[in-house]
Design a protein around this ligand. Structure first.
Ligand code: ADP
Length: 304
C-alpha cells in the first residue's frame, strides 16, 4: 500500500474511533419543569450538553441552578418535561419503568453523599449486593482489582459502622464500579468527608478514569473537588453558563464569581461554547483552554 493510502486509512480509522468514542451521555434541548401555571419552576431551561467518554466531568453552579435535576435526568432517575437524553447510546425518553430500571442497573453506577450502605452487611457484601440482587455473577478478578484500587483489601469483613467516612465512601465507589457501568454519577461524593478522606476519594475517582477509562459525572460545590476533573460544566438558572477544561481551583473560583455576578444581570445564560464570548473566564472556551497537565496546577491550587 502506498504512503498516501496508508495515511488515508489511518485518518479514516482515527475518525471512526472518534465516532465510536462519542458522548457517553448527552441532552438535546432538555427542559424540566416542576409545578404548573404561575408556580412553574424551570429547573432546566433547554440544556444541550455532551459528556465525553473516559473523562471525569464535574457539574457546578449556584444552589438551585439545576445541577441535581440535570444529573437525575441524565441518570434516568427523573423524567424530562421535553427534550431528549441519551445514555450509553440509548434514548431514555421512550423507555418504560422496567426498561429504565434495567438501563440503570446495567449501564449506570451511583455514588451518593450519604454513602447509602447497608449497615448489617460487611463491606464485601455491600460491594457485591447490587449484582447479587440482579442475579448476576461476580467477576472475582475484577472485584479484587476494584477493591485494591480503593485500598479496601483489609477492610472487607468490616461493617459500615466499623469504617471511617472515607472508607465507607470508598466501599460505595467500589460498589458502583463492580458492575462495570458505562457511566458513574457521583452526587457530592465528598460532601460528608474530611479533607484527607475527600482527597483520597477524589484521587480514586480520577484514577478510575485514567486506569479503567471509566466515565464519571460528579456534582460538587467544592472548587478543589472540581479541580480533579477533566472538564467542569457550569449551570446557572437551568442553563449552561460556561465550561472549563483542565480546571484549577483558581479558574473554577473565578468562573463561579463571574457566573454569580452575571446571574440576574438580565442577560440570557447561553452556552459559552462557540458563543464567542464566554461567561466563564477567558479560558472557558474549549479551543482556548487546552493545557498539557493539570496535576501540578492542582497541587498549586490546593496549596494556594
Ligand atoms: P441544584 O442541584 O443546583 O441546587 P436543583 O436541580 O435541586 O438545583 O433545583 C433546580 C430548581 O428546581 C430549584 O429552583 C428547585 O427549587 C426546583 N426543584 C427541584 N426539585 C423540585 C421538586 N421536586 N419540586 C419543585 N421544585 C423543584
Amino acid at each position: 500500500m502506498s504512503l498516501a493510502a496508508t495515511a488515508l486509512q489511518n485518518s479514516q480509522q482515527q475518525a471512526s474511533a472518534q465516532r465510536a468514542n462519542g458522548p457517553i451521555t448527552a441532552t438535546n434541548n432538555l427542559v424540566k419543569q416542576y409545578g404548573t401555571g404561575s408556580t412553574t419552576v424551570n429547573a432546566l431551561a433547554g440544556v444541550d450538553v455532551e459528556i465525553n467518554r473516559g473523562e471525569l466531568t464535574v457539574i457546578m453552579g449556584p444552589s438551585g441552578s439545576g445541577k441535581s435535576t440535570l444529573m437525575h435526568c441524565l441518570a434516568g432517575l427523573d423524567t424530562p418535561t421535553s427534550g431528549s437524553v441519551e445514555v450509553a447510546g440509548t434514548e431514555i425518553a421512550g423507555l418504560n419503568q422496567r426498561q429504565l430500571t434495567k438501563l440503570r442497573r446495567t449501564e449506570i453506577g451511583f455514588v451518593f453523599q450519604a454513602f447509602n450502605l447497608i449497615p448489617t452487611l460487611t463491606a464485601a457484601e455491600n460491594i457485591t449486593l447490587p449484582l447479587e440482587l440482579a442475579g448476576e455473577s461476580i467477576d472475582s478478578k475484577w472485584f479484587d482489582k476494584v477493591v485494591a484500587a480503593v485500598g479496601l483489601e483489609d477492610r472487607l469483613q468490616h461493617r459500615p459502622g466499623e469504617l471511617s467516612g472515607g472508607q465507607q465512601q470508598r466501599v460505595a465507589c467500589a460498589r458502583a464500579l463492580l458492575a462495570r457501568p458505562a457511566v458513574v454519577f457521583a452526587d457530592e461524593p465528598t460532601g460528608n468527608l474530611d479533607s484527607q478522606a475527600a482527597t483520597d476519594v477524589l484521587q480514586f475517582l480520577r484514577d478510575c478514569v485514567e486506569e479503567f477509562a471509566q466515565s464519571i459525572v460528579m456534582v460538587t460545590h467544592d472548587p478543589l473537588a472540581a479541580s480533579y476533573a477533566h472538564r467542569v460544566i457550569f449551570l446557572a438558572d437551568g442553563q449552561i453558563a460556561g465550561e472549563l477544561l483542565y480546571p484549577t481551583v483558581e479558574t473554577v473560583l473565578a468562573t463561579l464569581v463571574q457566573i454569580s455576578e452575571g446571574a440576574g444581570d438580565g442577560e440570557g445564560t447561553g452556552n459559552s461554547e462557540g458563543s464567542g464570548e464566554s461567561r466563564g473566564t477567558g479560558e472557558s472556551k474549549r479551543a482556548g483552554n487546552i493545557r498539557e497537565t493539570d496535576a501540578s496546577e492542582r497541587a498549586a491550587g490546593a496549596s494556594a
